[in-house]
Write a protein that binds this ligand. Sequence first.
Ligand code: UVW
Length: 338
Amino acid sequence: MGRTQDGGNWSLAWTPPDYTVDEKGKRVGYVNTSQPNNWGRWGEDDQRGTANFITPDMVKAAAALVRTGQTVSCAIPLDASGPVHPSRPGVVHLFGYTGADFTVGSQLQLIAPRIQGADDYIFMPLQGSTQWDSLAHICSDDVMYNGYWIGNTESGGGAGRNSIHQLKTSLAGRGVLLDLARWQGADRLEPGVAITPDDLDACAAEQGVTVGTGDILLLRTGHVPWFYSLADKSEFWTAGSPGLGRDCVEWIHRKEIAAVALDNIATEVEPAEDPSDRLYPLHIRLIRDLGLTLGEVWWLEDLAEACAAEGRYEFFLSAPPLNVTNAVGSPLNPIAIL
Ligand code: UVW
C-alpha cells in the first residue's frame, strides 16, 4: 500500500487501500493485536485516552497538595533559541507595530491619536517548543488511537479525530517528578541511556513518592539543559538522547499514568534499543496503542530544585493544552504549584 522505494528511487506506482472507513471515521475490521493497548477501554467513541484516568475527585485531591503556593514553570523560553525537532522549522516572532513606530510617527496615530502600543505574531510548529503530542500525532497501519483512520487528519480540516483540543479541560491534577539525573548523581543522563522500570521504581523509592492512577508523570533527564549549554549544537542532534526504554510501556500501562512528559526531544531513547525497530517504536506503543499524551521539551530544572528544597516530589500540575481546534499538538506553559 502507498508508494514504495525501489532501488533508492521513489516509485510513482500506487495501489489504493483495500479497506473501508465507517461513519465514525474508523478503519473497518482493523484489530489492534499489540499489547498492551487501551482501545475501547473508555468506549468506542473515546478520543482522550489515558487522560480519562484523571477524575474530578483526583483533581480535588491534587489541589490539597498545594502547601506553599510556590509556582514553577516547566516551559523553555518560547523563542528562536530553543531545540526544535529537525523535522520542523524554528519559532519566528514578528511585530506588527511597536512602541518605536509611535515615536517616529506611526500611521496608526491618524486613526487613534492618543493611544500607543505594540502587537506581535508567532509562527511556529505546534510541536516546536515545550509541547504535548496529541493522540492524532502517531499512526501505524493507517490507524490512530482507538481505531480511527489516519485520513481523519487532512490539510483542509485538520485532525478530525483525537485532536489536542479534546483535552482542553484536562491535564491538570497530581504531578509527580522523578529526578532521574539527580538520582544517578549526574547533571544529566547520557544520550542513548534507556530508562527502565527498575530505574523509575528505585528513583521513586529514594524520593519517597509513589506513582499511580491518574498521575501526570514528569521525568528529568537533563537533556534539554545540555542543549542550552552547548556552544556548537551539532553534537546534540547527532548524539542521540536518553529516554524511555521499551519496558516502560508495560509499567506506564500498569501504573495507569495519565500523561508523561520529559525534558528531551522525543520522549523515548534514541537510538532505539533494537536497531531493527521502526523509527520511534515507543511513539506507536504509547500514543497509538495506549492513548497516552506525550510531553516533550519540558524544562524541569527549576522544578527539580524546588522539589529538592522542599523534599517532596508531588504537586498540583496545571498543564492543559491550548484550545487549538483539530490540532496534532500544542505548545504550553505547564505550571507546578507546590
Ligand atoms: C516526531 O515524532 C517527529 O516528533 P515528536 O518528538 O514531537 O514526537
